[in-house]
Design a binder for this molecule. Structure first.
Ligand code: MLT
Length: 263
């Protein structure tokens, strides 16, 4: 589905009925990465999964991107659908966006799932890496970004043994417009440190991390779970960064258990 939100066409999935759960995707992916969760959760919940501006089937305008803008797009979509509150699940860049969303719209959040993400801002080295990747995208296209990102997004064992998954993740990256890739890289580079926010998070929170996650290893998950009051940590065995795709059954179990506990 498409809705005009904040001046752009935002694509989203809106499936089933029940208490709403909003799924926010990673970089440089799209709402397609949530297919195993949409299947599992839509038996009991209404699932909303937008493509962030710059990704999937949403518009990818050239210019300034910010995670605050991503958060406002999500809020605008909820307004469009007359949804006041929801449980939010964000993986990696989706999690960074949830920190921005929580700063602005905490009252709309009834539960938070922070998956394979981290609260810290980029290091100088990390920022330099983002600028280099944006240059690569500009010079050589999204395929070159896929070459760099695949070994970060998937564990070595998945890269070797799950060719269909590798192909799906690669295809999503290759279909992403360079304006969106570069825009999101700049947005992530500018994001503030969210560590000071953690102790102020007042809703039920689940932190999920793949055991083999390289970009946001379990130590980042532990920091969030130890600092957010009452948060729980679930480490998914044999999963890399896209833990929801590498081990969907374990990921869904953790998610469903959390949803049940807070309902
Ligand atoms: C993601 O999966 O969203 C990215 O790996 C996040 C990042 O580059 O920091």
């Amino acid at each position: 589905m498409l809705a005009k939100i904040n001046g752009i066409n935002l694509a989203y999935t809106d499936q089933s009925r029940g208490a709403p759960v909003v799924l926010l995707h990673a970089f440089p992916q799209s709402r397609a990465m949530w297919a195993p969760q949409v299947d599992a959760l839509s038996k009991t919940h209404r699932i909303l999964a937008p493509d962030f501006r710059g990704f999937g089937e949403s518009d990818a305008p050239l210019g300034h991107y910010a995670l605050d803008q991503f958060a406002d797009d999500v809020a605008g979509l909820l307004d469009h659908l007359a949804i006041t509150q929801a449980v939010f699940v964000g993986l990696s860049m989706g999690g960074y966006t949830l920190f921005a969303f929580y700063r602005k719209h905490a009252a709309r959040v009834t539960g938070l799932v922070l998956a394979d993400t981290k609260a810290q801002a980029d290091t100088e080295e990390g920022r330099a890496g983002r600028f280099a990747m944006a240059q690569t995208a500009q010079a050589n296209g999204a395929g070159a970004v896929a070459d760099i990102m695949l070994p970060k997004l998937l564990s070595p064992v998945a890269l070797q043994t799950k060719p269909d998954l590798v192909q799906r993740v690669r295809a999503t990256i290759e279909q992403t417009q360079v304006s969106g890739i570069a825009g999101a890289l700049m947005a992530m580079a500018k994001r503030p440190d969210s560590v000071p926010l953690l102790s102020q998070i007042a809703c039920p929170t689940l932190v999920i991390t793949g055991e083999l996650d390289g970009p946001t290893p379990p130590a980042d998950g532990k920091l969030m779970a130890e600092t957010i009051p009452g948060a729980r940590l679930e480490i998914i065995p044999r999963a890399g960064h896209l833990s929801n795709l590498e081990q969907p059954e374990a990921f869904n179990r953790a998610l469903l258990d959390f949803l049940k506990r807070i309902s």
